[in-house]
Design a protein around this ligand. Structure first.
Ligand code: HEM
Length: 358
């Protein structure tokens, strides 16, 4: 059985894409560096489960609907023609250990669209039928490079002072302070339901011959924000209560690259302003009302926990772009291998899952 995680390194088709429009910078020897960083990251893993985003508020099933009104400029790859796909959705907190929703943290949404045929970026996954999208609550990614990211993750158990100390050593005093400020802002305090938040993929992917960033914007947020229950897992409870009571829909919106200065590929700290490149709806993520506490809900949760959500589970037309994205290629592979995640080739649509938990 071939796993994405075993020896299936990404060999994307063009080593360096140099359209007149966007361009990546591939450093000599970076592949070895990213492998080493991935191992450092995963070696620091404590206990069972994901190296990062260990705790999941909920795992759900949904539909990913590409409508018929996607403008020609945006109608690329998965979005080239109308279609309705089944998908899995996993909400999570970023830390490498399960912790209270009250602890400030990055929050994530991971979507696995199933039934997607076409050329895949990872050659050994040619037969996989999936396209994944991963997003967090920030529209920028302030960490300048993968080595600094891994250093921050390693310093994190020591708390903010330890992180600052590490950053000062690596970047110098003023850059460290600036980055620490940005990281602080990216930490969600857990006061607003995740059903009411916009999630961003803050680093670009290919969008056919273009490049784009994505976001997931809730379209049915209530006029009065949902109350977050007191207790350790208020965000979890609020989100589960929300999907139990009503469907939840996110508009999936793409923002196209314009030029290197205003919409850089390699510098995630620069916000792609909407005034420069507007977000355009390309699909809807529809999560039907469902009970996460039911037998089916538990099966979905278990299935999502075992699966690997990875931006490199992608069509060639949506290859992740930039050095940090390439570092993620190694990191997700090594992490999913360490936890023996479900092979991408074995993923089935939610409707094909066994009816109940074994
Ligand atoms: C744009 C920046 C990033 C975003 C939006 C992002 C988002 C996410 C999300 C949503 C998850 C949870 C996936 C799931 O539910 O299974 C995740 C997991 C993970 N991320 Fe990231 N991440 C980013 C950057 C990075 C970087 C730079 C690295 C390392 C170089 C990294 C390493 C990991 C690892 C190791 C996991 C756990 C993989 C697993 O075992 O399934 N991430 N990330």
């Amino acid at each position: 059985m071939l796993r994405r995680t075993v020896g299936a390194k990404a060999r994307w088709r063009e080593q360096e894409h140099s359209m007149a429009t966007w361009q990546e910078k591939i450093a000599p020897g970076e592949e070895e560096l990213f492998e080493r960083l991935a191992r450092t990251l995963v070696d620091g893993r404590k206990g069972e489960g994901r190296t990062l985003h260990r705790y999941s508020q909920v795992g759900l099933e949904g539909r990913f609907v590409v409508g018929s009104s996607v403008p020609a400029s945006h109608a690329q790859g998965l979005f080239a023609k109308p279609g309705t796909y089944e998908c899995y959705v996993r909400f999570s907190s970023g830390a490498g250990r399960a912790q209270s929703d009250r602890t400030p943290d990055v929050r994530g949404i991971a979507v696995k669209v199933v039934g997607v045929s076409g050329d895949k970026v990872i050659a050994p996954l040619a037969a996989a039928q999936t396209q994944d999208f991963l997003a967090i609550l920030s529209n920028t990614f302030a960490i300048p490079d993968a080595e600094t990211f891994v250093g921050i993750v390693r310093a994190a158990p020591g708390g903010p002072i330890q992180i600052l100390r590490y950053l000062i050593g690596r970047l110098g005093f003023f850059s460290a302070l600036r980055l620490a400020g940005a990281l602080g802002k990216a930490q969600d305090k857990g006061k607003v339901s995740l059903a009411e938040r916009t999630f961003f993929a803050p680093l670009p992917i290919r969008w056919g011959e273009h490049a784009a960033k994505l976001r997931f914007r809730p379209v049915d947020a209530p006029a009065t924000p949902a109350a977050i229950p007191a207790g350790e897992h208020g965000l979890t409870e609020a989100l589960r209560a929300r999907v139990r009571s009503a469907p939840l829909t996110f508009a999936v919106e793409a923002q196209l690259f314009v030029d290197e200065q205003r919409t850089p590929i390699e510098d995630g700290a620069v916000e792609w302003l909407e005034s420069v490149s507007p977000f355009v709806e390309v699909a809807r993520l529809e999560i039907s009302a469902q009970d996460p506490g039911s037998a089916r809900g538990k099966l979905l949760q278990k299935t999502c926990e075992a699966m690997s959500f990875d931006p490199w589970h992608a069509l060639v037309e949506h290859r992740p772009l930039g050095a940090i994205m390439r570092a993620r290629n190694a990191a997700y592979r090594v992490s999913t291998m360490a936890r023996n995640a479900t092979s991408e080739l074995e993923v089935v649509a939610p409707s094909s899952l066994a009816a109940t938990l074994e």
